[in-house]
Design a binder for this molecule. Structure first.
Ligand SMILES: Nc1ncnc2c1ncn2[C@@H]1O[C@H](COP(=O)(O)OP(=O)(O)OP(=O)(O)O)[C@@H](O)[C@H]1O
Ligand SMILES: [Mg+2]
Length: 269
């Protein structure tokens, strides 16, 4: 089932148009260093979206920084472009990690953001950041990105469990590439072409079923009555239907699912 989130739609529109919203007071910055995309979100002290930017990137793989210099340069460049539009310096930031990665890798992600001259006030689990935007008190948030699928379970507003598995949109692309004899990049273009969704989804559906069985393992025996899917890989129209068939738990998807986690990171500065 689709859910409508206006703040999210506002933020997505800022990213797509490059516009900035009027603001007052100090700004907060969220930096999402993903496997597929780096997204920078800027919100005001009332958590209203002010500006945003996304860049395709290969500097992080599955929550691990594989190109430190490239990551710092990319974040620095995005910060500079946003500052120019906003006319102020961006100072405080938060960033995020897939749940459960090793402490050294957490530090490395934070260092990338600090290397771009931002003061990191918090490093949060990605699905937990997403839960903030969706204002969830109870249920499981599943962030299916390019390379990682993270889950946070909340009960009465408290995160009671987090986990992460190395699967995501990249696996879908690999399956599609193998099926059609395409390169990875060709398959990526085909996968994201919504006009080809009827042709693409049946091929990648087994990957979605596998993701659902992974989530089933995490939620089994825990109090989860709703699942919220976010992240770029759940863009497919039928994604949540596959989850519901396997998990037998109502599964919701917000609009602009690519931008839930980045916006949630900024809110948590
Ligand atoms: N319209 C679309 N249809 C299908 N998949 C899409 C679409 N748009 C983006 N994706 C996929 O979403 C994934 C990127 O999602 P997202 O930006 O949430 O990941 P990330 O945060 O970079 O990665 P991770 O969280 O795993 O480190 C890619 O695999 C991309 O192919
Ligand atoms: Mg992500």
């Amino acid at each position: 089932m689709l859910i409508d989130n206006k703040r999210l739609a506002d933020f997505a529109a800022l990213v797509h148009t490059g516009h900035v919203n009027p603001f007052d007071g100090p700004l907060k910055v969220g930096v999402d260093l993903g496997t597929a995309n780096i997204v920078v979100a800027v919100v005001d002290s009332n958590n209203r979206p002010v500006a945003g930017m996304t860049t395709a990137s290969k500097v992080v793989r599955d929550g691990i920084v594989v190109d430190y210099v490239g990551a710092v340069q990319a974040v620095r460049k995005m910060k500079g472009q946003l500052e120019e539009k906003l006319g102020v310096e961006l100072i405080k930031a938060a960033t995020a990690i897939p749940p459960g990665i090793l402490e050294g890798n957490v530090r490395c992600i934070a260092n990338c953001v600090e290397g771009a001259d931002l003061e990191v006030t918090r490093v949060i689990d990605e699905p937990t950041a997403a839960a903030t935007v969706l204002e969830i008190q109870d249920g499981a948030v599943v962030d299916v990105g390019g390379g990682t699928t993270g889950i946070s379970i909340l009960n009465n507003g408290t995160v009671t469990f987090t986990a992460d598995e190395a699967t995501g949109g990249t696996h879908m692309t690999l399956v599609l590439a193998g099926y059609h004899g395409l390169t990875f990049d060709e398959a990526e273009v085909m996968k994201q072409d919504t006009a080809k969704e009827d042709e693409v989804f049946p091929v990648v559906k087994p990957v979605v079923e596998k993701m659902a069985t992974i989530v089933q393992r995490f939620v089994s025996g825990r109090d989860v009555s709703k699942i919220y899917v976010v992240g770029g890989a759940c863009c497919f129209t039928e994604f949540e239907t596959v989850f519901e068939k396997i998990l037998h738990i109502p599964t919701m998807k917000p609009n602009d699912c690519l931008f839930v986690t980045p916006l949630g990171i900024a809110v948590n500065v």
